[in-house]
Write a protein that binds this ligand. Structure first.
Ligand SMILES: [Zn+2]
Length: 293
């Protein structure tokens, strides 16, 4: 299996300039290091009919090329089930019956970081589990044996973050993002993960899970997001931010690609022509502020 980088959008709508910029960065990181570049559709949740085709069309329009077939997470339920079964066989999972509200209202465990699952269901006795199963389907949580974990990131250096008993499978049967992403990256030979820095905080959970599953931990690069003039993460309500909107205003895909390359301190032109100027450590470390065109 070739070494690979990837872009893994959720097909919830059209990609906006921020998503496209992250895709270009992931492509540059992968291609500049001789890696394959794979596309994975993270459609376990929030999928909108037709959005995947729009996203692939827009990636192609800005010059992002990829290798092999697109992988969809909804096709991979059996693989996720096997990984959860392995963890369960090793005593590393438990069933959780908490509602969102119960978790919010539970007193947090001493020394537990803010937002961490308080461990309510960690040590239920079997009779209690039996009784609760009859009332409410269980979520499956990881029985974490650490409270934090350290990862290395190309742009952020060493980063230590919270590991709690996070959910592996929700109580509606949907595989949780943290489990799917770890299993998929390993299965696809992805050893370089480039994505928005809003995901840095969940990376220690994923790397810890990789270690429990005896899967390699990829190299990470968490890149700055694109924000609006108020400093908030760019969203559809910030005006013309998709290729469709922008083309209506007379801005062609190639011009959007050039704006993105400029924002990265790279020459305008094709992505291939930007490769020779691409230096990861010279990338801007601040968010890019998108101004209405
Ligand atoms: Zn619980």
């Amino acid at each position: 299996m070739n070494r690979a980088g990837r872009f893994a959008p959720s097909p919830s709508g059209e990609l906006h300039v921020g998503n496209l910029r992250t895709a270009i960065l992931a492509w540059l990181f992968a291609r500049s290091t001789g890696r394959d570049f794979l596309l994975r559709v993270e459609d376990l949740d929030r999928a909108r009919a037709g959005a995947e085709a729009e996203q692939l069309r827009d990636l192609a329009a800005i010059g992002v090329t990829w290798d092999g077939a697109v992988v969809r997470q909804t096709d991979r339920g059996a693989v996720y089930g096997e990984a959860i079964a392995r963890l369960t066989a090793a005593g590393l999972t438990y069933e959780c019956f908490c509602t969102r509200r119960e978790i919010q209202e539970a007193p947090s465990a001493p020394h537990a970081p803010q937002g961490a699952y308080p461990g309510t269901c960690r040590n239920l006795d079997p009779a209690e589990v039996e009784f609760r199963r009859s009332n409410r389907p269980a979520a499956i949580r990881l029985r974490a044996e650490v409270a934090e974990y350290t990862v290395r990131d190309v742009l952020h250096g060493e980063f230590t973050g919270v590991v709690d008993d996070f959910v592996l499978r929700r109580n509606d049967g949907v595989t949780a993002y943290n489990l799917a992403v770890v299993v998929d990256d390993a299965a696809q030979g992805i050893d370089q993960v480039v994505r928005g820095d809003d995901l840095l905080s969940s990376t220690p959970r994923q790397a810890y899970l990789s270690s429990l599953l005896h899967m390699p931990v990829p190299e990470y690069a968490h890149v700055p997001l694109v924000v609006n003039a108020d400093g908030a993460r760019l969203a559809k309500r910030d005006g013309a931010v998709t290729l469709t909107d922008l083309s209506r205003e007379g801005v062609a895909a190639a011009a959007v690609r050039d704006l993105i390359l400029q924002s990265l301190g790279l020459p305008r032109g094709t992505l291939e022509s930007a490769l020779s100027a691409f230096r990861p450590l010279d990338l801007p470390r601040e968010p890019w502020v998108w101004r209405r065109l």
